[in-house]
Design a protein around this ligand. Structure first.
Ligand SMILES: C[S@@+](CC[C@H](N)C(=O)[O-])C[C@H]1O[C@@H](n2cnc3c(N)ncnc32)[C@H](O)[C@@H]1O
Length: 252
């Protein structure tokens, strides 16, 4: 149903342009809640061991800035100048080193003790090849023994009735949201219809959902081994009922 172009290896499209970036902190406000941020920052700080950290898709600095305040030197990679400009405008944001580009391929030319990719952002890479490339790029940025952390949903295919391709995730008077899922390619498009008075805005964003075991294989291909997998940042056990996971791979 959708006509959004594929992300290509050469030039992924920037879906977090000015209009999206301008509203990001507000529309994702629950992700900025200290109850969400604090355990994530504590988890990441514990793995950095006082070394430097690299955030792929650093965005407006939701985790990078509080992590920096804990004394960890954080650098980032992002495609979106508009998102990074929002981080730069916040206290401490001006001193964070950011390389603009695709985090599957962009290099900062140095190594870190920790790299992390949160809030389902691995799924913004819409091909398996791009996700594999991302793991290789991370491995090249990690010191031996360094860790890579991903926070991502578990694909919710158990909630997709057989033969169906659409799954609603928000049905309110002002927001209709549904995922369009192609189980053959693991491509997923999130459709949003936002009603503001007489104004209707439509947003469609493409993703590639990815299984935990598939991520483990990508890590192994890049020279990393699974070290820990939890259901969330507070280290709740990961089980068959978990809807997301926080996984840590270590460069061997
Ligand atoms: C959902 S936001 C997450 C931002 C931040 N990590 C957070 O937790 O709030 C995704 C971010 O990843 C960036 N992004 C998505 N795909 C990217 C890619 N292929 N290369 C670099 N940045 C990308 C977007 O520009 C955006 O800033």
């Amino acid at each position: 149903m959708d006509d959004t172009p594929e992300t290509t290896a050469a030039a992924p499209r920037d879906y977090f342009d000015e209009p999206v970036a301008a509203r990001y902190d507000e529309t994702s406000s629950e992700m900025f809640d200290p109850e969400v941020v604090d355990p994530a920052v504590a988890f990441l700080a514990g793995l950095a061991w006082g070394g430097d950290a690299l955030e792929l898709g650093i965005g407006t600095g939701r985790l990078a800035l509080p992590l920096s305040r804990r004394g960890i030197r954080v650098a980032g990679i992002d495609l979106s100048a508009a998102m990074v400009a929002r981080m730069r405008a916040k206290p401490g944001g001006e001193s964070v080193q950011v390389a603009m580009g695709d985090f599957a391929t962009t290099s900062l030319g140095r190594q870190f003790s920790l790299a992390y990719l949160v809030y389902n952002t691995i799924e913004n890479l819409t091909t398996q090849d791009a996700q594999v490339r991302c793991f290789h790029n991370v491995a090249a940025h990690l010191q031996p023994g360094g860790c890579f952390v991903i926070e991502v949903e578990v694909p919710q295919l158990q909630r997709l009735p057989p033969g169906e391709t659409f799954r609603p995730f928000s049905v309110t008077a002002t927001h209709l949201g549904f995922d369009e899922i192609d189980v053959a390619t693991q491509r997923l498009t999130s459709h949003h219809y936002l009603v503001d008075g007489d104004h209707l805005e439509r947003i469609a964003m493409p993703f590639r959902y990815v299984w935990p075991s598939e991520l483990d294989l990508m890590a192994r291909l890049a020279g990393m081994e699974l070290r820990e997998r939890w259901a969330d940042w507070t280290r709740e056990p990961f089980t068959a009922d978990s809807v997301s996971h926080v996984s840590v791979w270590q460069r061997t």
